[in-house]
Design a binder for this molecule. Structure first.
Ligand code: GDP
Ligand code: IMO
Ligand code: MG
Length: 448
């Protein structure tokens, strides 16, 4: 029997700039699955799950962890901060969550303290370069800060590509290999930091770093395994696997608003390299989108509202980062970006979140095209941070709805103008809204 047909896996991915509510949706679907798998990113992700008013903020641990018996898999494409992982597991255990189902790929790369330090130093340098250029009246376009989460994500992925001195989770269990790699890494990192910060730069001690990792390895050892074989065995046995995207498509290093992106392939295209599971195994790709837009960090967002409407969305949606607490930039839904993201992912269905947040607006605007600096219009997305900055949105307007819909549980009960917005998005993207979310809680959901 062809298992790829009878047993397709599902993926949940973000179609915007992150924080679409992926954690809530993965938690919702996890009860019907045997494994939930992260394939990209690291502790830059912040996924919130709310069950019966209890909020869980997950960064590295997959959002299926709340169901005992569901395997929570951190795939090889993730960059793991081992201290952060243990802290997260301890916090969950203290709250009575059974975390024994967690496994980590032996090939997942380790985020080291020098990666976080380098992340900070690079951001400082980018700011200084931009400020210096501006002071000197330079016409050179400096990208400026990316506004990273400072979790060391970019430097860790850069070292993965650099190879020789990069540390993988499996190395925590083989001291000789680990020691050699850490020594080499400290030579490179200390030279880099000295170069940028001079003789007063912080220097990392290879002996202390190795000992720290070996101690972490003693606790993490039982969780470290070959997750590629594990996942193929599960799929071969007819088990149901759910992939959980970290970050989101418009932050994808290849297909997002580069350079204002993260450093991994966050779209569903990253599942293959990030887990070793080939694309034909994935039968259902759910793209999650808010019914408006948000973004944290730098980079263009054509529909951003720097006014009372944006502020109202931020307050009603509690749009403050799960990872850094930063206020999120808010604006109307961008259908140009959404259609592009659905296309790149090969999405088979939509999940629309935060519909409750738009209650009380007289009109709801939706961006259907961009006007470019030469005066022409386009309905194609521009996946380039500098070029997209020149696009201004062309809007259509839909009538708003007054009612509080956070208690609605079926589509038929939605106020007509809320239902009209959902149908409009479905029609414009060409995909059904398989799930509609009307509040943070697991229960505040309309299915089907
Ligand atoms: P993720 O990174 O995609 O998992 O999203 P985050 O958890 O970072 O951010 C989404 C935020 O919105 C969290 O605080 C959720 O609890 C909350 N949330 C999710 N769905 C809804 C919804 O439909 N309505 C409202 N009001 N909040 C929601
Ligand atoms: P979840 O999974 C929102 C953004 C950062 C920054 C850029 C690069 O919660 O949706 P990085 O630290 O990755 O080098 O930062 O990407 N970013 C996110 N924004 N949600 C996320 O994840 C994000 N992960 C990264 O704010 O602009
Ligand atoms: Mg988030």
């Amino acid at each position: 029997m062809d298992q790829t047909r009878t047993n397709p896996a599902t993926a949940v991915v973000g179609l915007q700039w992150g924080d679409e509510g992926k954690g809530k949706i993965v938690d919702l679907l996890a009860s019907d699955h045997d494994a939930v798998v992260r394939y990209n990113g690291g502790a830059n992700a912040g996924h919130s799950v709310v069950v019966g008013g209890e909020r869980y903020s997950l960064h590295l641990v997959p959002s299926g962890i709340l169901y005992p018996g569901v395997k929570a898999v951190i795939g090889n494409g993730v960059v793991v901060d081992p201290e952060q992982l243990l802290k997260e597991l301890d916090t969950l255990s203290e709250r009575g969550v059974d975390t024994s189902g967690l496994v980590v790929s032996d090939r997942a790369h380790v985020v080291m303290p020098y990666h976080k330090h380098e992340d900070q130093v690079r951001e400082d340098e980018l700011r200084r370069a931009q400020e210096g250029g501006a002071r000197a009246g330079s016409t050179v376009l400096q990208p400026g800060q990316i506004g990273t989460t400072k979790r060391g994500i970019g430097p860790a992925y850069a070292d993965k590509a650099q190879r020789a001195s990069a540390i993988r989770m499996g190395d925590l269990l083989r001291p000789d290999v680990l020691r050699g790699k850490v020594e080499l890494a400290c030579v490179f990192k200390n030279a880099l930091l000295r170069g940028l910060n001079g003789s007063g730069a912080h220097a990392f001690d290879p002996g202390a770093e190795t000992d720290r990792l070996l101690t972490l390895g003693e606790r993490l050892g039982p969780m470290i395994t070959d997750t590629v074989y594990l996942l193929h065995e599960m799929l071969g046995d007819g088990k149901r696997v759910l992939f959980e995207g970290g970050n989101a498509t418009l932050l994808d290093v290849d297909h997002g608003t580069y350079p204002f992106v993260t450093s991994s392939v966050c779209s569903a295209l990253g599942i293959g390299p990030g887990t070793g599971v080939p694309p034909q195994r994935i039968g259902r790709i759910l793209g999650v989108s808010k019914v408006y837009c948000t973004r944290v960090g730098a980079g263009p967002m054509p529909t951003e509202l720097d006014d009372a409407i944006g502020e109202r969305i931020r307050e009603r949606g509690r749009e403050y980062g799960t990872t850094t607490g930063r206020p999120r930039r808010c604006g109307w839904l961008d259908l140009v970006a959404l259609r592009y993201a659905a296309m790149v992912n090969g999405a088979t269905g939509l999940v629309l979140t935060m519909l409750d947040v738009l209650a009380g607006f007289d009109e709801i605007k939706v961006c259907v095209g961009y006007r470019l600096t030469d005066g022409s219009d386009t309905d194609r997305f521009i996946p380039d941070g500098h070029a997209l900055a020149g696009a201004t949105p062309v809007y259509e307007s839909l009538p708003g709805f007054e009612e509080d819909i956070s208690g609605v549980r079926t589509r038929a009960e939605l106020p007509p103008n809320a239902a009209r917005l959902v149908a409009y998005i479905e029609e414009r993207v060409g995909l059904p809204a398989e799930v509609i979310s009307v509040g943070p809680d697991r229960e505040q959901t309309i299915r089907g």
